[in-house]
Design a protein around this ligand. Structure first.
Ligand code: ADP
Ligand code: MG
Length: 254
């Protein structure tokens, strides 16, 4: 029995719109005609076999990968070649990766203050205040003067989430945030994500953590071979997958 976290914000405001998005790596058609609308406060879980295009899909949203066809609009800003638009979109979108990507030579506190100070011109004292608030929220404040290598994987991933939140994003993308973690550390990271979901953050999470999907997601999207094959509410998706490929995938992971 899972406890469902209710959406805090019942909204029809669309904050991410992907329309007819196609992408190729050379000859390889990695994203095929992707249509996806995400409303404010919505929590989406994306799953699917390795190589199906999940990372590429979410990386296109903040232009870490470039799509070649179709329209991507984030919070009213069209993602095109304009560096002004790309910068604007990156202000809105935070991302957490499987490998935590912390700066190894900086303390935890410096990791969190770096972008606000250098990219946003925030006074150091203000950046520290915000950083400490988020470190506290993810339960790491007593580790602030350590270096990433001195922390466990689960702690590093919580720091990575806090670091992203310091830039006050309105949308958070997670790309398999628990896949590199030992099993005993997965829960501490999922708990932080669940807490974040409770604040009304718009979240797109690539993950195979099905308990997380069931308790947090408003919608589960299944990708295979570059296509969105099926999408549904978590309960319908897991209990009653409609498409053969989804059934096959679920039988492997559940
Ligand atoms: P997933 O996250 O679902 O495992 P990815 O989006 O990482 O899938 O990759 C989808 C496909 O695109 C895979 O076949 C992968 O090998 C290929 N791919 C990913 N990145 C690149 C790249 N930079 N150049 C060429 N092929 C890539
Ligand atoms: Mg991936």
């Amino acid at each position: 029995m899972t406890v469902k976290i209710e959406s805090q914000i019942a909204s029809e405001e669309i904050v991410i719109e992907m329309n007819g998005v196609n992408k190729w790596f050379g000859d390889f058609h990695v994203l095929k005609d992707i249509n996806l609308s995400v409303t404010k406060g919505e929590r989406i879980v994306i799953c699917g076999p390795s190589g199906s295009g999940k990372s590429t899909l979410i990386r296109c949203i903040n232009h870490l990968e470039q799509h070649q066809e179709g329209i991507i609009n984030v919070n009213g800003t069209l993602l095109n070649e304009s560096s002004k638009n790309i910068t604007q979109i990156r202000r809105e979108v935070g991302m957490v990766f499987q490998q935590f990507n912390l700066f190894p030579h900086m303390t935890i506190l410096d990791n969190l203050c770096f972008a606000p100070v250098w990219a946003r011109n925030m006074p150091r004292a203000e950046a520290e205040e915000i950083a400490l608030r988020y470190l506290d929220r993810v339960g790491i404040s007593e580790q602030k003067d350590k270096y990433p290598g001195q922390l466990s994987g689960g702690q590093q991933q919580r720091v990575a989430i806090a670091r992203s939140l310091c830039m006050s994003p309105s949308i958070m993308l997670f790309d398999e945030p628990t896949s590199a973690l030992d099993p005993e550390m997965i829960k501490e990271v999922l708990d932080v994500m669940i807490e974040l979901a409770g604040t009304g953050m718009t979240m797109l999470c690539v993950t195979h953590e099905m308990s997380f999907a069931r308790s947090v997601a408003d919608r589960v999207i299944f990708m295979d071979e570059g296509e969105i094959v099926e999408e549904n509410t978590p309960d319908a998706f897991f209990d009653n997958p409609r498409v053969d490929r989804t059934q096959q995938f679920l039988s492997q992971i559940l």
